[in-house]
Design a protein around this ligand. Structure first.
Ligand SMILES: Cc1cc2nc3c(=O)[nH]c(=O)nc-3n(C[C@H](O)[C@H](O)[C@H](O)COP(=O)(O)OP(=O)(O)OC[C@H]3O[C@@H](n4cnc5c(N)ncnc54)[C@H](O)[C@@H]3O)c2cc1C
Length: 510
């Protein structure tokens, strides 16, 4: 994170729900996208999430439809069962690290009545336990490692790196290719023989669509973009998980102490190099909990991420004292934000308006979640290990709703799950249909987190990969059932330097 070589380093606009604060929104700028710099946590969400997608107008996306796709991609260390697969390309493994403070958190939560759940991706999500990771014996298994590397030698695959797509080329309502800028700054064109599939993520995909003339007509015209298709929903319906990070000072050492000295860092590195063990195998968090804030909800509406370290914000270096973090996030926020173009140019970052904490339910749920976290911290055996509540301090009364909400507005940050900006469905704000085809444009699909009509109740990487699995089925089905659209114009890749000098044609097959 925060390295512009591999992170787009987006930043949100000042957000009213966060008392005007702006947040960093890291996104992977590397093969594998954000799965190459994410926290490795393997979480699918709740069956009800997908059943809601289906009911909102997306047949084929209910839990019974998508569970086989999750299983198909999975190589589960614990073996196959009703909920898991063990011969897919995506390695899913147990945590190779334990820390007493995280185990004490799980035990205290159990004392409070939250059940232990050995598999939150299994029969039920509810309960507390340890995370599983998209990792293979301590090594990251990004989507590039799992899916792209094994396919690299295929003759019908060309991977262009350091290439930024500027727009989808659209002729007579049909996508005919893309224009991109290569590392030298030259503008080039790739023609599509069958179709174009955008997978640029919840920020990139709507931005490319809008730069291509697909989006809300008034917004496009205000930037001088010729409208190819007036699609109101492009960039709308933005959802994210907001996390309130509570920090507790500890009476015993935590990871903060382990990484503070050069000797400690060397020990960690050596342990990893020799045994592929220790903190370098760790995901962003060790323990988790999916809980309901009350009987008014049927399934968990809060997720906890428990980290045996603490920092002012993730990626900025740990605190100089022993402490751990309890991150609280509301699983299904009602608030909706928006991505808007800042300029008709892909090189200018769009404006990101997350619109966090904009509804009463979102505020109430987050405050309730923070209070549950504070109660768990006051429960044995965790309470005995805590020296002091650091953030928020105990000066903030638990029954002070406004104070707690204001603390959350001042301190919360993204957990990096933006979704929903090319919404799937059939309503007026839908961008793609249930086969991921952009409404009103032939030969163009979107396949990434942007298509989620509603954010899932959990981390978004496993669902993004499931969307990829589904997309591959849809593409193959449509090809097998015969071309529904005109076959393409050409099999050529053309290259046009920026100074508009003569065009050069290159043989290719896409
Ligand atoms: C720091 C961080 C931690 C996270 N932790 C977790 C976690 O622990 N568990 C979890 O489940 N999820 C986690 N997530 C979220 C998860 O990784 C993402 O939801 C998921 O990877 C999104 O997949 P995607 O395909 O929608 O988009 P991305 O993975 O973001 O992929 C989009 C790709 O498109 C490329 N792109 C964008 N614009 C253009 C353009 N114009 N031209 C060419 N290429 C372009 C990008 O470079 C990128 O490679 C985390 C995310 C981040 C950033």
């Amino acid at each position: 994170m925060h390295d512009p070589k591999v992170d787009w380093c987006y930043r949100t606009e000042p957000d009213p729900g966060l008392n005007g604060r702006q947040l960093d929104w890291p996104r992977g700028k590397v093969l594998g996208g954000s799965s190459s710099l994410n926290g490795l946590l393997y979480v699918r969400g709740q069956p009800e999430d997908y059943d809601r997608w289906r009911q909102m107008g997306s047949p084929g996306w209910g839990w019974d439809d998508v569970l086989p796709l999750f299983k198909r991609s999975e190589k589960q260390e614990r073996g196959a069962d009703e909920y898991h697969g063990d011969d897919g390309p995506l390695c899913v493994s147990n945590m190779r690290l334990q820390r007493p403070i995280c185990d004490a958190w799980i035990a205290a939560a159990q004392t409070m009545g939250y059940p232990f759940n050995p598999d939150y991706n299994g029969a039920t999500q509810e309960g507390v336990g340890h995370f599983q990771l998209t990792a293979d014996r301590g090594r990251r298994c990004s989507s590039a490692v799992a899916f792209l590397n094994p396919a690299r030698a295929r003759p019908n695959l060309t991977v262009l790196t350091h290439a930024q797509t500027e727009k989808v080329l659209i002729e007579d309502g049909r996508a005919t290719g893309v224009r991109y800028r290569d590392i030298s700054g030259a503008l080039k064109t790739v023609s599509a023989r069958a179709e174009v599939i955008l997978s640029a993520g919840a920020i990139g995909s709507p931005q490319i669509l809008m730069c291509s003339g697909v989006g809300e007509a008034a917004q496009l015209r205000s930037h001088g973009i010729e409208v190819q298709k007036d699609l109101f929903g492009v960039g709308k319906n933005l959802q994210d998980h907001l996390q309130a990070r509570l920090v507790f000072k500890c009476k015993e050492p935590t990871l903060n102490d382990e990484v503070r000295s050069l000797y400690g860092k060397a020990r960690i590195a050596l342990k990893y190099a020799l045994f592929r063990a220790g903190p370098m195998t760790m995901a962003a968090s060790l323990a988790t909990g999916f809980v309901r804030t009350g009987d008014h909800v049927a399934t968990p509406d809060i997720q906890f991420h428990i980290q045996p370290w603490s920092a002012d914000s993730p990626g900025t270096g740990v605190h100089p004292f022993s402490a751990f973090t309890v991150s609280v996030c509301q699983l299904r926020p009602e608030s909706r934000g928006e991505i808007r173009l800042a300029a008709p140019d892909i090189g200018v970052y769009p404006k990101i308006h997350p619109n966090y904490l904009a509804t009463q339910t979102d505020c109430r749920t987050l405050v309730d979640g923070v209070n549950i976290a504070r109660r768990i911290a006051r429960t044995a055996p965790l309470a005995g290990k805590i020296a002091q509540a650091f953030r928020p301090s105990d000066d903030l009364a638990m029954d002070d709703y406004d104070g707690t909400l204001n603390w959350a507005r001042d301190n919360s940050t993204s957990i990096y799950h933006p979704v929903g900006t090319c919404k799937m469905g059939s309503g007026a704000d839908a961008v793609v249909d249930a086969r991921l085809r952009v409404h009103g444009i032939n030969g163009l699909r979107v396949a990434d987190c942007s298509i989620m009509p509603e954010i899932v109740s959990g981390n978004t990487n496993a669902p993004a990969i499931m969307i990829g699995e589904k997309a591959s089925d849809l593409v193959l089905e449509d090809r097998r059932s015969g071309p529904t659209r005109k076959t393409p114009v050409s099999r050529k890749m053309t290259s046009r330097p920026l100074d508009n000098a003569k065009e050069q044609a290159v043989e290719d097959d896409h």
